[in-house]
Design a protein around this ligand. Structure first.
Ligand code: SR1
Ligand code: MG
Length: 426
């Protein structure tokens, strides 16, 4: 029977959970629950629920409301975005259970999920801001990306099932947010943009008054809107990852849809490059020489791409071998040569896409409405402007020349040429 939607509050969460049969084994009592709303994202409400009598009995409830939380009820946004999150969590946890939090209960009527409380893990962005290292991060995230992107692509799926999956995942409203706030407004001096007062006018003009740059971004926007390559997370920044030294979890796939693979990979490498520029200021503040940590950030971005490539190709080759050599390009009539040549061409195009999408994600975080704390919380606005100018310079060159990079190491070399790892901003 359908349940009528109501927005939960700290005072009504316990009563709702008490009526959910599948949670009875998770919480032994619903009479003395500690419920705290902790959501600090842009869109939703998040409650941490703990049984005071048995603190190990704890879970997280995430609920979508019919408006954009950071703006308020004046900006309506369908709570149906939770339907996409629920569906994506299901698909992703089937493919990479070790990197997706376990869902205990999901309700499309109430637009909510109740899931594992990752209380031993922290949001990656905050940890990177604090200068922490995660040696397994590139390995874990390349596994997440390789498996989710390969297994939901036409390289792995039956063509009819893939088309049905694409049709079932048309996430119009959240894709429109990305189309506007990643691919349009940052480049047209929109009223929604927000600028650091110390950011030089020429740095902003460099991305808003250059027809070639705007045309290049237009190409990325068109790819985002039309290339239904695989089920992408759709908002894979470092705030969508929770980690500790042993484990990594990907959360918040409400922007999920069938889109270009490079959009997910690019989002993540963009966040490592933004952190790289920010740590020219942050490492000295933490009392460290900047080089070591900044090298680690570049190596993590590189390791992510390299690990992804190796794992994606391995899945692909195994898949084709299991089909007797029948591959995307047809029957094997040349000892696998054409299949492998196609794979290499695909990965080359995917690297260019990844670089182009990463660039757009970097630019929107500097001039668009939604910033990254790595940079936006630098209190010295002149120092922040130096970081922002470096990131914009890098992003400009990435998107305009995205097909000119042979390897991810070439992209890291560009970052180092703009701001050497050992260079700090006082
Ligand atoms: C209005 S822009 C809101 C942003 O928050 C989400 O995390 C997405 O990145 C989106 O673009
Ligand atoms: Mg989010």
């Amino acid at each position: 029977m359908a349940m009528e939607y109501r927005q939960l509050t700290e005072s009504t969460v316990a009563e709702y959970l008490a009526g959910v049969p599948e949670l009875r084994g998770r919480l032994s009592s619903f009479t003395d629950l500690d419920v705290r709303e902790v959501g600090d994202g842009n869109l939703n409400y998040v409650f941490i629920v703990t049984n005071r009598a048995a603190p190990d009995e704890t879970l997280v409830v995430k609920q979508a409301v019919p408006f954009l939380r950071i703006v308020g009820e004046s900006w309506p946004l369908s709570r149906r975005r939770m339907d996409f999150e629920i569906a994506a969590l299901k698909t992703q946890s089937a493919l990479v259970p070790e990197h997706v939090p376990e869902v205990f209960h999901a309700s499309t009527d109430m637009s909510l999920v109740a899931m594992r409380n990752l209380r031993d893990h922290r949001i990656l962005r905050g940890e990177l801001i604090a200068g922490k290292r995660f040696p397994l991060l590139a390995d874990h995230m390349s596994t997440f990306l390789a498996r989710t992107l390969f297994h939901t692509s036409d390289f792995a799926m039956d063509p009819a099932e893939k088309k049905a999956a694409v049709a079932a995942s048309v996430n119009t409203e959240l894709c429109k947010i990305t189309e506007d706030f990643v691919f349009t407004h940052p480049y047209d001096d929109s009223a929604t943009n927000a600028y650091n007062a110390e950011l030089p006018a020429e740095a902003i003009a460099g991305i808003q008054r250059d027809p070639e740059l705007r045309a290049a971004v237009g190409e990325m926007k068109f790819a985002f809107m039309t290339a239904a390559e695989a089920l992408v997370h759709g908002d894979l920044h470092t705030g969508s990852i929770m980690a500790n030294s042993r484990e990594t979890f990907v959360i918040d796939p409400e922007f999920a849809f069938y889109g270009p693979m490079g959009f997910d990979i690019g989002a993540l490498v963009a966040n490592f490059y933004l952190a790289y520029f920010a740590h020219a200021w942050r490492q000295p503040q933490l009392g460290h020489d900047p080089a070591s940590y900044r090298w680690w950030l570049l190596e993590t971005a590189g390791g992510l791409w390299e690990g992804f490539t190796a794992k994606f190709l391995a899945l692909w080759r195994d898949h084709d071998a299991a089909r007797g050599g029948e591959s995307f390009v047809g029957r094997d009539i040349d000892g696998g040569k054409s299949a492998e040549a196609y794979r290499q061409r695909f990965m080359k195009t995917l690297l260019a896409d990844t670089i182009g999408f990463a660039a757009c994600k970097m630019m929107r975080r500097i001039v668009g409405i939604a910033k990254v704390a790595d940079i936006a919380t630098i209190p010295d606005l002149k120092a922040r402007a130096i970081v922002e100018t470096h990131a914009l310079d890098m992003a400009r060159r990435m998107v305009m020349n995205r097909t000119g990079f042979d390897t991810i190491a070439d992209v890291a070399a560009l970052a180092r040429s703009i701001s050497a790892p050992e260079a700090g901003i006082p």
